[in-house]
Design a protein around this ligand. Structure first.
Ligand SMILES: Cc1cc2nc3c(=O)[nH]c(=O)nc-3n(C[C@H](O)[C@H](O)[C@H](O)COP(=O)(O)OP(=O)(O)OC[C@H]3O[C@@H](n4cnc5c(N)ncnc54)[C@H](O)[C@@H]3O)c2cc1C
Length: 416
């Protein structure tokens, strides 16, 4: 990697670790501010979505526009007219008009990726160490190569290596419940379920649990009715010692810590979940669960960092800094906002990295904390243990069908 000093002085250089949403947003916006930017991504091939769909908010489109992305193309997705709660018998218990577009992760990633020069996006680069010495920061990768620059941006997700190097004490914490998730081709569902569920952001609310679902693009990003998939997320309490341990103990008896490859989930665990679906959920949702071939488990985690500037030349953003429970649907929008705030701070403090990072942190730390807090409040009623009076209060406040419909995956209620 060349690093000619005179070029560096003329054009500051950023190393972005992680080439997913936060990394691409940061890289595109910094390039527009005159930085030379390289992305280093651990995965050796192009990234592919996990099919969960991305809830879009106005803030996301603002940043996409700034990054030079065609926002009309970005807005392509599956639109829902609103929310609907189905009761245990399958009847509509409540409805709320709230149009939203659910775009696909793969679609958004494709647009961002295409806007960034391929020769500056380096696959198969797994950061293992970083050092800051005077006027430069150097990243070392597992293949033995190194890269140096003026600023290193850790956009490497919830289990960030950048964060673990400089703030090892900041780690995700288990929230006390898990989500069963899965996708089913909508054409496999009965006509009744397609008519009553598939166009909606739907909910079924057994006591202390929450099932939700919404339509997402098909396997090859198809958005047309009949070609889409229906995505479900079923939150269920699981205490860390017993419930979670049982769910994450695989077919060979190995106990995974926080996630388990879907094909290693024990068949009896899946069978028991399917029986519970028939017993507890609206029949339309029970059918979705029954027809999902490969359900998977996501442990719900909270991550909150007390610092985003981890060193004089190192900063973290996106999921590397804050991970809110999924109820706020903010992961991509928050990553975009972090990147925009960093680009603003660097533009407003040319040649003064320390002032820029301080400014960035002063804007985004309170916002990240507020998002995590809001999501924690919304999810309190699903925790296996409600530990504090505050959690009990939040559990009461946010569990009614009306509250769930009005508060899930919207930006209102986030007070930084
Ligand atoms: C492949 C993929 C598919 C996803 N699909 C969906 C989806 O369908 N729906 C949805 O809601 N969310 C999805 N997400 C999550 C979503 O992108 C994030 O929660 C959110 O956008 C914040 O993104 P992020 O860039 O901060 O973190 P992430 O999206 O988690 O990205 C972190 C990136 O850093 C890379 N990385 C990690 N460690 C290192 C290292 N040591 N060196 C170099 N690189 C490293 C990872 O490979 C990853 O690409 C997906 C994430 C990924 C990585």
């Amino acid at each position: 990697m060349t690093n000619d000093r005179s070029t560096r002085e003329a054009q500051p250089r950023a190393l972005v670790i992680g080439g997913s949403m936060a990394g691409l947003f940061a890289a595109l916006l910094l390039r527009r501010e005159g930085w030379s930017v390289d992305i280093y991504e651990r995965i050796g091939a192009e990234l592919a979505g996990r099919g969960a769909g991305i809830v879009t908010h106005c803030e996301l489109f603002d940043v996409l526009g700034r990054a030079g992305i065609d926002t009309e193309a970005a807005a392509v997705g599956v639109a829902v007219p609103g929310r609907r709660v189905l009761d245990r018998s399958g009847r509509i218990e409540g409805e709320l008009g709230l149009r939203q577009v659910l775009t696909s992760w793969g679609h958004l990633y494709g647009l961002l990726r295409a806007a960034f020069p391929t020769d500056s996006y380096h696959h198969g680069k797994n950061l293992v160490a970083l050092t800051e010495v005077e006027d430069r920061v150097t990243a070392r990768f597992s293949d033995g190569s190194e890269a140096s620059g003026d600023l290193l941006i850790g956009a490497d997700g919830i289990f960030s290596s950048v964060r673990s190097q400089l703030a090892a004490e900041v780690r995700p914490g288990y929230a006390g419940y898990i989500a069963w998730r899965g996708l089913v081709d909508e054409r496999e569902l009965s006509a009744k379920t397609r008519a009553e569920l598939c166009d909606w952001f739907g909910f079924s609310l057994p006591p202390g649990e929450q099932m939700l679902g919404y339509p997402v693009a098909g396997v090859n990003e198809e958005m047309g009715v009949g070609e889409r998939r229906y995505n479900f997320v079923w939150y269920r309490p699981a205490d860390a010692d017993h419930g979670l341990a049982d769910l994450l103990t695989d077919i060979d008896g190995f106990r995974h810590e926080l996630s388990i490859p879907p094909i290693r989930i024990r068949p009896e665990v899946i069978a028991s979940m399917r029986r519970d679906a028939e017993r507890l959920l609206a029949p339309q949702f029970a059918e979705v669960v029954r027809l999902t071939r490969q359900p998977f488990i996501q442990a719900i985690l909270d991550l909150e960092t007390p610092r985003m500037a981890l060193g004089p030349r190192t900063v973290i953003l996106g999921d590397a800094a804050f991970v809110a429970r999924p109820h706020v649907g903010m992961g991509v929008t928050k990553a975009a906002g972090d990147a925009a705030a960093l680009a603003d701070a660097l533009r407003d403090h040319p040649g003064d990295l320390s002032a820029a990072l301080e400014k960035f942190e002063s804007v985004r730390l309170p916002f990240g904390s507020a998002v995590v807090r809001r999501a924690r409040d919304l999810g309190a009623y699903m925790q296996a243990q409600i530990a504090t009076a505050e959690e009990r209060k939040m559990a009461e406040r946010h569990r009614s069908p009306e509250a769930v419909m009005a508060e899930t995956a919207v930006t209102t209620g986030i007070a930084a």
